[in-house]
Design a protein around this ligand. Structure first.
Ligand code: HSE
Length: 441
């Protein structure tokens, strides 16, 4: 058990979250001492550039460009890895473990790519690898899933896991603004990741969904085995059509588990979510995650999924847990690991649902019939159809919804529709999210 009266925190990466963590550690130092019986002192931070102006200034002697020197500093007891990226972050994390130091991280990409190795390394070293801030910023989803709801299995977890894309969709929906205009504003507000594809193409949300899938089911789903689609093809016309169907289009991560067949599926995609779902009403930069457990029923958490203060709050919650662990308090339950016999990634034939399609076609007789025929060949039946002609371009926009089918059949149908004479571009396809989809058939 650790008897120290002072514990020093090293922060790797002094960006938005790193500065927030330092600030809150200092501002509430009395509270940490009262709760933990030790002083928690942010002591050193690493940056890429010493000359860069930072909103939150600290004593320059605490700052270095050498992250490794912080990890290896014998005075530093706890390391926060907030630099992001993969290779350097992984090396620093493993080095900290080998020195007997617990690491707190917000790095979802690293966990998604190397979580198995890192969790095993932490366990072998007898330290903690804590990652509350990696999913949904300030929402305490990791602790809820791993500890509070431990009595449950989870047939369905779904929700909004990327604040930037939700901000863009909400403004398009509420103001009729175009994707490009709102993206410009999101950039100015500093919401969009430096690598924009992470937010706009669903990759950031997919990292988070994979982590939740692992926590719930003990299985790392490879991103290559998942559907990952972003928001770039959503038009104002789609948002209006969704409204007519009593839905809103949201970028959602969906983790489904079939206990009958022992399949897990993870996907991130734009979906039409029924308007009465809390997730459909979760707007702006907020995130929302709905967990359906076998014991509790459905629990929904919404809140700030990004930003300095909420995310720093999650980092500090992990620091507090790490300190309690060092003082001898019980650790959270061990992470699950299942074997391939126990659970497998679901094949696309086994992932079923209804779909929304928008096609731009030449406005000539028989085109709609051809589209319907093509879908029927793949065993797909239509639920609704609407067509809007555009006289200027002599084309028509056809919006269809399907009855229940599966991912495999719709994939084949889309490929063949794209080849159909008179279809002008690859059809737009969104899933129609059914909150009752977890019920075994
Ligand atoms: N780019 C992420 C988002 C930040 O917009 O949600 C938080 O992970």
């Amino acid at each position: 058990m650790n008897e120290k009266k002072v514990l020093r925190v090293g922060i790797l990466g002094f960006g938005t979250v790193g500065q927030g963590t330092w600030k809150h550690l200092v501002e509430n130092e009395k509270a940490w001492e009262r709760i933990l019986g030790v002083q928690l002192i942010p002591t050193r931070a690493s940056v890429r550039s010493l000359s860069k102006k930072r909103a939150f200034a600290i004593d320059p002697t605490c700052i270095t460009t050498d992250s490794l020197s912080i990890v290896e500093d014998p005075d530093i007891d706890i390391v926060c890895e907030l630099i992001g990226g993969i290779e350097e972050a992984k090396k620093l994390t493993l080095r900290a473990f080998s020195m007997g130091k617990s690491v707190i991280t917000a790095n979802k990409a690293l966990i998604c790519d190397h979580g198995d190795e890192l969790f095993k390394a932490a366990e072998t070293a007898g330290v903690r690898y804590a990652f509350e801030a990696s999913v949904a910023g300030g929402i305490p989803i990791i602790k809820v899933l791993r500890e509070s709801l431990v009595a449950n299995e989870f047939p369905l977890i779904y929700g909004i896991m990327n604040g930037t894309s939700n901000y863009i969709l909400t403004r398009m929906e509420n103001e009729g603004a175009t994707f490009d205009d709102v993206l410009g504003d999101a950039r100015e507000l500093g919401y969009v990741e430096a690598d924009e594809a992470l937010d706009l193409d669903g990759v950031d949300a997919a990292h988070k969904a994979v982590i939740l899938g692992y926590l719930a089911h003990g299985m790392w789903i490879d991103l290559k085995d998942t559907t990952v689609e972003g928001i770039r093809r959503i038009s104002n016309e789609d948002l209006a059509a969704a409204r007519d169907l009593n839905c809103k289009i949201k970028l959602i991560g969906v983790i489904r588990r079939s206990f009958e067949q022992n399949y897990v599926s993870v996907g991130v995609y734009p979906a039409l979510v029924p308007i009465n779902e809390i997730i459909a009403q979760t707007d702006g930069v907020f995130n929302g995650i709905s967990l359906t457990g076998t014991v509790v029923g459905t629990v929904v958490l919404t809140g700030r999924g990004a930003g300095q203060d909420p995310t720093a709050g999650s980092v500090i919650s992990d620091i507090v847990d790490v300190v309690k662990g060092m003082q001898g308090s019980a650790l959270p339950p061990k992470l699950l690991h299942v074997t391939p016999d126990e659970c497998k990634p679901a094949p696309s034939q086994e992932i079923s649902g209804c779909f929304y399609l928008r096609l731009s076609v030449d406005d000539r007789p028989g085109k709609l019939a051809k589209v319907a025929e093509n879908l029927a060949v793949h065993g797909i039946s239509l639920a609704t159809v609407s067509q809007t002609p555009d006289e200027k371009s002599e084309s028509a926009s056809i919006i269809l919804t399907t009855h229940q089918t599966n991912e495999h059949s719709i994939g084949l149908a889309i490929d063949s529709l794209e080849q159909l004479d008179g279809v002008k571009e690859k059809p737009v396809l969104f899933r129609m999210f059914d909150p009752n989809c977890y019920k075994e058939e």
